[in-house]
Design a protein around this ligand. Structure first.
Ligand code: ZN
Length: 448
């Protein structure tokens, strides 16, 4: 394509013009003075944590584009190692701006602007009030500095690292308000909770936990009791919801009784566990035999009898004749009897859409029929070689949501987690502490 000299001039002129406009806009934005609101009562200046964290995460996303290492929370801790010393402190007065304050203390205008711009996405600098504070720290080690802005609702630190300004909130322990509510469900859990002033984040968490095991439309009848214990962060303006955290939830009636407790393990991971230390939707299973001698894995294999390449949907364990077979978890007998190549076969149905199956048995335990309840570790039968089998062994399957999975991958398949040993003992202590807190709060509410 050819341009005539005339249009070439037009193109160059417009490009220059656009460039100038962009530069002007950028500069105008950068040096915009910070306004101080002198009457705090007329301005909605107290920020919710939600607002702050939303804005904070925006900044961090941008920062992470530049800086690949260091999580946002690391900024502060890392900087403390630089031995920063407080060198100056200033309380905002009428007409003060971050840029002005820093400039008066010898900062280059461009640096002062960059610092102010780093703070702005977290707390808009125009919302800074009289009596908010700014602290300036300097490190003798590498001559770098750190700025801390302290407002009524937040503390923000800004540092310069590898030429990039990074700002982040310094979180202070918030004042927590503990709330306990119990009520009888009269129609459905959701509506009853809303009527009883349960904050939505708490309600959603409780539903998420209980719905793993409880069928809400089938199992929750009018009269089911709900008990919820949670924190409500009160360091924010009245009427605005701060941060809520569910500590305890239970649903109980004649047919259901499920509790979940918030518990932090020693590796600092917080999670919800039921009264036995098992995570929502999880289950602690045992092995079907005392001694496990795996002779055939789950997966594709050449069938030992037919010689065909076939999928093996379970695990084979070699055993002596009449070795006891144990129920891997509490359940109900779902199938018991002869089942073609599987010979004498028994299948148990457990919670969470999990089933377990045992094949080639020599005999079943007496008194077991379809529908019998069995407890975990109860003997359900004895090994044999009925059906299509080359020797005495147990063929064992686990079925999750109607799919036969690798029994050795059970925990991964259902996202299973639970506490054991010392973790379980300390969980029980925490569980009793929470129950005790609730008992006290229940007494309080009866006396009022
Ligand atoms: Zn098998």
């Amino acid at each position: 394509m050819q341009f005539s000299p005339k249009s070439r001039v037009i193109i160059i002129t417009s490009a220059t013009l656009i460039l100038l406009i962009v530069m002007f806009m950028y500069f105008k934005k950068a040096v915009q003075p910070v306004q101080i609101i002198s009457n705090p009562n007329t301005a909605n200046i107290i920020l919710t944590e939600e607002f702050i964290s939303q804005n904070s995460s925006n900044v961090m996303t941008e920062v992470q584009n530049i800086e690949t290492d260091a999580a946002p929370e690391e900024i502060i801790g890392k900087q403390e190692k630089n031995n920063f010393e407080l060198v100056d402190k200033h309380d905002f007065g009428n007409g003060d701006t971050i840029i002005g304050i820093l400039k008066n203390r010898g900062f280059e205008l461009s640096e002062a602007i960059a610092l102010s711009n780093a703070i702005d996405p977290i707390i808009p600098v125009k919302l800074i009030q009289i009596d908010d504070q700014i602290e300036i720290y300097r490190s003798e080690k590498d001559k770098s500095y750190k700025i801390i802005l302290i407002t009524k609702s937040a503390r923000i630190a800004v540092i310069k690292e590898k030429g990039v300004y990074r700002a982040d909130l310094i979180r202070e322990p918030a004042k927590l308000n503990y709330v306990y509510r119990n009520f009888l469900i009269d129609d459905n859990f959701y509506d009853s909770s809303i009527r009883n002033d349960i904050p939505e984040p708490i309600l959603n968490k409780a539903i998420e936990l209980h719905s793993k095991n409880i069928n809400f439309s089938r199992d929750i009848r009018a009269g089911t009791e709900s008990r919820l214990y949670f924190t409500d962060n009160q360091s924010f303006k009245t009427g605005e919801n701060g941060k809520f955290e569910l500590i305890y939830t239970s649903l109980s009636s004649q047919v259901i009784n499920e509790e979940f407790f918030l518990y932090q393990t020693t590796d600092e991971k917080k999670n919800y566990y039921d009264q036995y230390g098992v995570g929502a939707g999880g289950m602690k299973i045992i092995t079907p035999l005392r001694k496990l001698t795996e002779t055939s894995k789950y997966g594709m294999r050449i069938h030992p009898v037919s010689g065909e390449e076939k999928m093996h949907y379970g695990i084979d364990y070699a055993a002596e004749l009449n070795t006891p077979i144990y129920a891997i978890a509490d359940g109900v007998v779902d199938f018991i009897g002869d089942k073609g190549d599987f010979g004498k076969y028994i299948r148990l149905s457990h919670a969470n859409n999990v089933k377990s199956a045992y094949a080639h048995l020599n005999k079943f335990s007496e008194n077991l029929i379809k529908g019998s309840l069995v407890n975990q570790s109860e003997i359900i039968g004895y090994t044999g070689q009925t059906g299509l089998s080359t020797g005495i062994h147990l063929h064992y399957e686990i079925i999750v949501n109607e799919k036969r999975i690798n029994p050795n991958k059970f925990d991964e398949e259902i996202n299973n987690y639970f506490l054991e040993n010392e973790q379980l003992s300390s969980f029980y202590i925490e569980r009793e502490k929470i129950r005790e807190d609730i008992r006290k709060l229940e007494q309080k509410s009866t006396f009022q």
